[in-house]
Design a protein around this ligand. Sequence first.
Ligand code: ADP
Ligand code: MG
Length: 429
Amino acid sequence: MNQHQKGEGGYRPFDVDSVKGYLASNPAVAERLGGGAEAMQAREVGDGNLNLVFIIEGPKGSVVVKQALPYVRLVGDSWPLPLKRAFFEWNALTRQAAILPDRVPSLYHFDETNALVVMEYLSPHIILRKELIAGKRFEHLAEHAGTFLAETLFRTSDLHMDTAQKKADVALFADNVALCAITENLVFTEPYFDAELNRWTTPELDGPALALRGDRAVKIAAQEMLHLFTAKTEALLHGDLHTGSIMVTETDSRVIDPEFAFYGPMGFDIGALLANLFLAYFSQDGHGQQPGARDEYGEWLLETTEKVWRVFAARFSKLWTEERTGILFPRSMFEDQGDHVGAAVALERFLDGVFTDTTGFAGAKMIRRLVGLAHVEDMESIEDPATRAGCEARALQMGCELLVNRGRFSDISALTNLARAIRRERTQP
Ligand code: ADP
Ligand code: MG
């Protein structure tokens, strides 16, 4: 790498050659790989929208290097994005690893100057979204995801975390302004006006896509969810927990890519995952050889969606009972006075609130993946535009109903039943 390619403050983006020399000069990482630069194989695999991702294999072991670029990779250098997102990703990863080390990659090194993280190469793990498109089932996924959500959200909230520590952490992550702005604009705002980067399957989806702009109930609900997103510093969020941020094998699941991390409402992370499972569900009519070929698989997706919530709620309830050491709902007011019923009622009300938020965020997240800038491969991989638009129109209806009617659904099975009903109603001739 030439001197003139060095950026501000010593930052330089690596390539498949320079990254080897860089790792060789780090004794701990070189030891893990088991050889000098000449013994390493490196390739760049970043299929994401924002960063460089290198896999480096040595005679003894392997690592992944994820390096931020000073711009959005998907769009190019016309859209600058701060390198500091690597710092937020590292800080989120270390907190998640302290809570649930088995559900994130092992962490080896952080280099703030070069905006990069060195971590475990997850192998033979595959991105969950790709596996869902392929129609594969994962028996442990819901258990893993629901547990990850409950543990990370509970333990970083005022129900558990020391309040001084939490306030310091809220301040630290409040600086993740640029990535929050992406969410604020792309999720809650741009889908609802004539924003330049919006796109959808045109002309087939023009009707429902354009109708959003005149749908007052939807627009107000979207902004109410944005208000929650900006104002409710409830827990440390992953911030982008879709099915492209989970890597799986038949027995393992790992959550990657928390660069959007910040303190926000619990329902945002849960809603993100539910939204992407519902998008996968509505995409089923575009996959498989024969009509109905993926019906059973769609049912598995809905069962998994339900189970994610149920595992989350059960684990959260256990934590509420056993680990409620923060300033919120102190035991001194409830259990210590013998008021176990009070603690249980408070828990139920708390979970109801999280469920309402989850429902609204799930709706907003679905809509933006259908008519905003960033779409999902589940839908994009459906080649026939009419078929794709049909799937998308049903998903869009679901998204709008979740968003506007959040708070009116009794429980998680009401959401999955709505998905079934929309699909049934709108696929029959
Ligand atoms: P971005 O933030 O740019 O979207 P991601 O963190 O999602 O980047 O990583 C992009 C891709 O790189 C992932 O989809 C995955 O295929 C691969 N990847 C990232 N981290 C790892 C890892 N620890 N092990 C194996 N593959 C990884
Ligand atoms: Mg990312």
